[in-house]
Design a protein around this ligand. Structure first.
Ligand code: FDA
Length: 324
């Protein structure tokens, strides 16, 4: 990040909230479930499916987890009622993982069971290195309890990821379903790659490894070197645009089991590339965050990865680029 980005980052805490809100509007569906439903109805026409995230993480008392359990239950009901092609993404620390691991497991099990009853997949977002192993353990525990509609995210920047892919593939066989991304958290160089090129190479290696292991592979990146590598890797392996049971290209299996793939992108980021992939018949999923904690979420993301400052600056200087 250059000096410009640093200046923007320093100014963020004193920037009027309405400006942050205007910028965040592109990336956050709105303050409540109803606004997320509106956005999903709009984007459905672009051939995308969704994963819904209720904003919030790292609670400080276990009682706060009740809100997330109840809100995700509402999300699941709404997905079913609206017939949306959507699943859910949740952050284990919002369910108490850093306070009481067994309580977090119980909370997440409640949600996963309800999702399973409705044939909906649950993705555990991956947070920083403190919870990498507990998050992976949560997934394997649920599978042991015969809840196979759950998977997590692996961050290619972490040195451990190759081993994690191997272990998960061995334990879960073709029920393994992994979202692979670079990793948003800036981890120390003792445990992670820190240079752009190394991170891209590690991401591409991890994608190959997942595809070769027969895991369902959700490729979460907006970066062309990763997307282009993925397209080549898919075609080398004879994997291509999906067809659904009626033979329609781009159709979607809700549970995404067995070898297969999809592209995932964040709401508001590189919609043009996502639409192009969808028009070529690739399954594309949009990550839809919503919730009242949009301000904290935006500020936290910024502190964790100051590169986001550049996108904010661009939105202010070139407002016409601030579109979903
Ligand atoms: P990169 O950051 O290089 O972005 C490529 C290009 O995309 C940029 O040059 C820019 O044009 C555009 N772009 C990227 N971010 C943008 C933004 N905010 N606004 C506007 N344009 C932007 N991480 C994690 O640690 N745990 C997780 O669970 C997840 N989950 C997750 C889900 C999904 C669906 C996605 C897409 C990403 C994640 N991530 C994540 C985040 C991920 O690890 C990574 O930090 C970001 O995707 C950015 O990396 P890219 O590969 O997109 O490349």
């Amino acid at each position: 990040m250059g000096v410009f980005g640093r200046v923007i980052m320093l100014m963020m805490p004193i920037t009027p909230k309405f400006i942050i809100r205007w910028v965040a509007n592109r990336y956050v569906a709105g303050p409540d479930l109803e606004s997320a439903l509106v956005v999903m109805r709009q984007i459905s026409a672009q051939g995308a499916c969704f994963t819904v995230d209720v904003l919030g993480e790292e609670i400080t008392s276990l009682a706060e987890a009740d809100f997330f359990v109840e809100e995700y239950a509402r999300v699941l009901d709404a997905i079913v009622a609206e017939g949306l092609d959507a699943n859910i993404s949740l952050k284990p620390t919002a369910f108490g993982l850093l306070i009481d691991q067994s309580a977090a497991v119980a909370n997440i099990e409640r949600i996963t069971r309800k999702a399973a009853e409705n044939d909906i997949f649950v993705r555990l977002d991956m947070e920083d290195h403190r919870v990498t192993q507990p998050t992976i353990d949560l997934v394997t525990t649920m599978h042991e309890r015969e809840l196979t509609n759950i998977g997590t995210v692996l961050q290619a920047r972490l040195f451990r990821t190759g081993e994690d892919i191997a272990n998960l593939s061995e334990k879960l066989a073709n029920a393994s379903d992994v979202r692979i991304c670079k990793g948003i958290y800036l981890e120390s160089e003792d445990i992670a790659h820190t240079g752009y090129h190394q991170i891209v190479e590690a991401t591409n290696r991890a994608i190959d490894q997942l595809l070769d292991a027969g895991s369902y592979t959700a490729i979460a990146s907006h970066d062309m070197p990763v997307i282009n590598h993925s397209l080549a890797a898919l075609s080398e392996r004879g994997l291509g645009p999906v067809t659904n049971e009626s033979g329609e290209v781009g159709g979607s299996l809700r549970n995404g089991k067995g070898p297969g793939y999809e592209f995932q992108m964040l709401l508001g980021v590189r919609g043009n590339i996502r639409r192009r992939l969808a028009s070529q018949g690739h399954r594309t999923r949009v990550y839809i965050p919503y919730g009242s904690r949009w301000y904290e979420y935006s500020m936290r993301r910024l502190r964790e990865n100051p590169d986001v400052a550049w996108h904010i600056a661009k939105s202010i200087i070139m407002p016409w680029t601030n579109r979903r």
